[in-house]
Design a protein around this ligand. Structure first.
Ligand SMILES: Cc1cc2nc3c(=O)[nH]c(=O)nc-3n(C[C@H](O)[C@H](O)[C@H](O)COP(=O)(O)O)c2cc1C
Length: 143
């Protein structure tokens, strides 16, 4: 099984989480690379059975949260028809509806979104590892 993490990051947290997720998946046997939405590795995407899409939370902290630069994300995400997908966001205080909105974008791109996880920016490693643990358990349950 192969994976790809595609992230949108402004100050580096979502990028860092994406690389942790890719490293943890690879260590578990799902060979995965991480790349920004502005430079998606199309060969890796085409080889991927699993697509993880991450974004940061943009809003006014307790209101109107949405994926950061959602328009660019939606516009640049290549078609991923039929591929299993997972979404994640990073946030400071409250991610509100960011994950649901991100899932909608990924579904519009053809992805079969099977889950999502919000990662608090003050524990990027713990949150990223938790996402991977949950994802691997879910994949185990489906094989
Ligand atoms: C313009 C702006 C708006 C933000 N709005 C929210 C918000 O509404 N809620 C929240 O929990 N975090 C908010 N944050 C915090 C970021 O989502 C958080 O720091 C995230 O990890 C940044 O990811 P990045 O480093 O990949 O850009 C905001 C950050 C910025 C720059």
């Amino acid at each position: 099984m192969n994976g790809i993490v595609i992230y949108e990051s402004l100050t580096g947290n979502t990028k860092a989480a994406g690389h942790i997720i890719a490293d943890e998946l690879t260590a578990a046997g799902v060979e995965t690379i991480a790349c920004p939405i502005t430079a998606v590795d199309l060969q890796a995407l085409s080889d991927a059975d699993l697509v993880v899409v991450g974004s940061w939370t943009d809003g006014v902290f307790f209101f109107g949260q949405r994926p950061g630069r959602a328009g660019r994300l939606a516009g640049k995400l290549p078609r991923i028809d039929g591929k299993k997908a997972v979404v994640y966001c990073t946030y400071a205080l409250d991610c509100g509806g960011t994950l649901d909105k991100l899932a909608r974008i990924v579904r519009m791109g053809g992805g079969d979104v099977v889950g999502g996880y919000a990662i608090k920016r003050d524990d990027l490693f713990g949150g990223s590892k938790e996402l991977v643990d949950r994802l691997l358990s879910a994949l185990d349950a489906t094989v």
